[in-house]
Design a protein around this ligand. Structure first.
Ligand SMILES: C[S@@+](CC[C@H](N)C(=O)[O-])C[C@H]1O[C@@H](n2cnc3c(N)ncnc32)[C@H](O)[C@@H]1O
Length: 212
């Protein structure tokens, strides 16, 4: 697979998860509800407790703050996103902060085609972007890039979040169903996802699972 994997131009962006909207925001359109410009508090806490280990992959990494927090802790970190402008921003942040992390343009629905393997895969706000029909490909891709015994750490909007602002809501059962085969769910609990709109947090799920 090439460095840009054929999604480097706007009209080549993958469909279904709204990448074109994300790309527009990373390219300068204001008002991105997810862009908090710092790592998620809940993840900083998990990192302190040693949940992230080995080679780490942040899927749908956006402008990279979560991945960079892990790189800063000395983890070998890669971030992938289908929005080329997001990857540009992440690379700029890494350079400005003097951090070593690799950022690549990738469609996560094609992760299976990639030869690389990781010990921990992180997903903040990506899973909930996809319609039902794309979930099997996402789970298959995550399964393919995670070593046996490796971890997947997931944060996504919860069906307990009121109102309509933000992405689709996900139920606990949907997560359990999506990862029923090939994964052992170690943790699945409510968590606050920090967002860039009032009141600053949204109800979300935190899942930590192990690849069988
Ligand atoms: C809600 S944003 C979260 C970004 C980042 N994880 C964060 O916490 O700030 C979702 C991200 O998923 C990316 N994304 C959506 N569909 C994708 C796909 N098919 N492949 C790779 N990335 C995708 C978007 O471009 C966007 O950066």
């Amino acid at each position: 697979m090439s460095e840009t994997q054929g999604v480097g131009t706007h009209h080549d962006l993958p469909r279904g998860s709204g990448v074109e909207i994300f790309e527009e925001h990373y390219a300068g359109k204001p008002g991105a509800g997810w862009e908090i410009d710092r790592p998620q508090r809940a993840l900083v806490e998990l990192a302190r407790r040693g949940v992230f280990r080995g080679r780490v992959l942040d899927i749908g990494c956006g402008s990279g703050d979560n991945a960079l927090m892990l790189a800063e802790r000395g983890l070998e970190t890669t971030g992938v996103d289908a929005a080329p402008s997001g990857i540009e921003l992440a690379r700029e942040k890494a350079a400005r902060r003097g951090l070593e992390a690799r950022f690549l343009v990738r469609d996560v629905l094609r992760l299976k085609e990639w030869g690389e393997r990781f010990d921990t895969v992180l997903d903040v706000g990506l899973f909930h972007c996809f319609p039902d029909e794309d979930r099997p490909a996402l789970v298959e891709g995550v399964s393919a890039v995670t070593v046996p015994g490796g971890r997947y750490v997931l944060m996504c909007f919860s069906d307990r979040q009121p109102g309509t602002r933000g992405p689709r809501r996900v139920s606990e059962q949907e997560i359990r169903t999506a990862f029923a085969r090939g994964w052992r769910i170690e943790v699945l609990r409510p968590v606050e996802l920090e967002v860039a709109f009032e009141p600053g947090v949204a109800r979300a799920w935190l899942a930590v699972m192990t690849r069988r």
